[in-house]
Design a protein around this ligand. Structure first.
Ligand code: ATP
Length: 441
């Protein structure tokens, strides 16, 4: 009984009928929704692995189909009136999207058994992923530098369209965070956000992971599996490390982008999907295209709009802003700490190859390791003191100075390119090249 109470079951019923009054007595955590909006409030769907949908005379089948596809990871059970069972559209829907069905009026003891089986299967199949990957929009993109300001403006504009976006940037710069924000702010923000790490997909299972499979499609396919693309219906699919997608799968993904349909492995039935694609890479995709490791046609499809996230070392004072924020987040456990001046200088001079993730980790470690009230550079395990003057460092200093001069001039001239070019005594063409290089465009 307690086990069942821990597992919410969503019931979508027409109001004021017998089912509504009976399910409220059930020994499950019953979440009741009255029929039917395309997406329900995220709080209602949170943790739901099994759901029941009533399909009676007046139920619009297209609405049901769109709904169950939006929440494709849920194991759905239908309660269907006898008369609707002869309807081809209903039969197709039950066959393709439902775990089981029950004719109405339901026998509630039998329904309880069905729910138990469905929950067992859902838990087996979904151990590796949340059923509905809700987008955590509470996490803020921190940063006040010019480049982050521009990035936030771009995100706002992009949230109004559904075009594919390619996010580039070094590892740990915040590509996934930006993708989640983009999804959360867009029209499909209440739909699922499904992240896929293309580099971590097991080679033999890539196609089934992305496109799903039917029961019996290959040895070991004991149940139908909904793929990641289908799970992202009416939401966003985040293809992280897209450069690592094997060439054969690139063809299949391209076909999906062109036709907006997929076929599960072992089926020849096309399923039309509405999915926004956000891809990310930390490698140079153009070089991968040149080397024949990435299809050019797919590259053009994905690269409709590009967001460049600058490395942390180019964000000036944002380094300290982020470090203080991360320290503050640790404070509940470690009392009132702050950074010494020498630690702050060291952070500003460090090259941050692991970017924001590295900063977060170093601050976490320092809060544990420090012995005093002030965190020192040594607690962060980074070198302090004046920057060395080897060639690499001199180059870095030049880069930072160049970027700062550009950002300052942009600020002073309120982004007017002709004034900036005049102020810095460079041509407009050179200015555009430098703005692009420093991700200030
Ligand atoms: N501007 C930011 N403000 C607050 N937190 C940030 C910011 N940028 C990144 N982070 C945090 O840093 C961590 C790393 O970010 P994220 O995973 O989005 O990076 P990534 O570029 O996708 O990394 P990878 O290339 O390794 O997949 C996350 O915990 C994220 O929340």
């Amino acid at each position: 009984m307690t086990y069942r109470r821990q597992h919410p079951v969503l019931f979508l019923c027409h109001s004021d009928n017998e089912i509504v009054s009976e399910v409220s007595k059930m020994e499950w955590e019953v979440r009741l929704a009255k029929w039917l909006t395309r997406s329900l409030p995220p709080s209602l769907m949170l943790g739901v692995q099994v759901g029941v949908i009533e399909i009676s005379e007046g139920t619009n089948i297209d609405t049901v189909e769109s709904f169950v596809r939006t929440y494709a990871g849920v194991f759905w059970i239908a309660i269907v009136s006898q008369s609707r069972l002869s309807d081809d559209a209903v039969r197709y829907l039950l066959k393709n999207y439902f775990y089981d069905f029950h004719t109405s009026p339901p026998d509630f003891t039998r329904l309880q058994y069905m729910l138990g089986h469905a929950l067992g299967m859902a838990r087996l199949c979904n151990t590796d992923q949340p059923v509905v990957a809700l987008c955590d929009s509470s996490e803020m993109i921190l940063g006040q530098s010019q480049s982050m300001h521009i990035l936030k403006q771009q995100l706002q504009k992009l949230s109004r369209c559904q075009l594919p976006v390619l996010i580039t940037g070094e590892s740990g710069t915040g590509k996934e965070l930006v993708a989640r924000k983009l999804h959360g702010a867009s029209e499909c923000g209440e739909g699922p956000f499904i992240p896929v790490n293309c580099g971590a997909l097991p080679a033999q299972l890539v196609q089934s992971e992305l496109f799903g499979h039917e029961k019996g499609a290959f040895t070991g396919a004991t149940q139908r599996k909904i793929g990641k693309i289908e799970a992202a219906h009416n939401g966003s699919l985040f293809l992280d490390e897209i450069g690592d997608l094997p060439l054969e799968e690139q063809v299949n993904l391209l076909r999906f982008l062109q036709e907006k349909t997929i076929e599960r492995v072992g089926s020849n039935q096309s399923i039309h999907l509405n999915v926004r694609i956000i891809a990310a890479t930390h490698v140079d995709l153009e070089a991968a295209v040149q080397d024949g490791r990435f299809r050019e046609d797919l590259y053009f499809r994905l690269n409709v709009i590009r967001l460049k996230i600058p490395p942390l070392r180019q964000r000036g004072d944002d380094i300290l802003l982020l470090a203080r924020k991360f320290l503050q987040q640790q404070q509940q456990d470690h009392g009132r700490l702050s950074f010494s001046e020498q630690a702050e200088i060291a952070m500003l001079q460090h090259r941050w190859p692991g970017n924001v993730r590295e900063l977060m980790n170093r601050v976490q470690r320092a809060t544990v390791m420090t012995t005093g009230r002030y965190i020192q550079a040594v607690d962060l395990e980074i070198e302090s003191g004046p920057p060395s003057t080897d060639g690499e460092c001199l180059k870095a200093i030049r880069e930072v100075a160049e970027r700062e001069a550009l950002a300052r001039a942009l600020d002073e001239s309120h982004g007017k390119v002709s004034s900036v070019a005049k102020q810095l005594n460079i041509s407009r063409a050179t200015l555009y090249r430098l703005l692009d290089k420093h991700s200030l465009l």
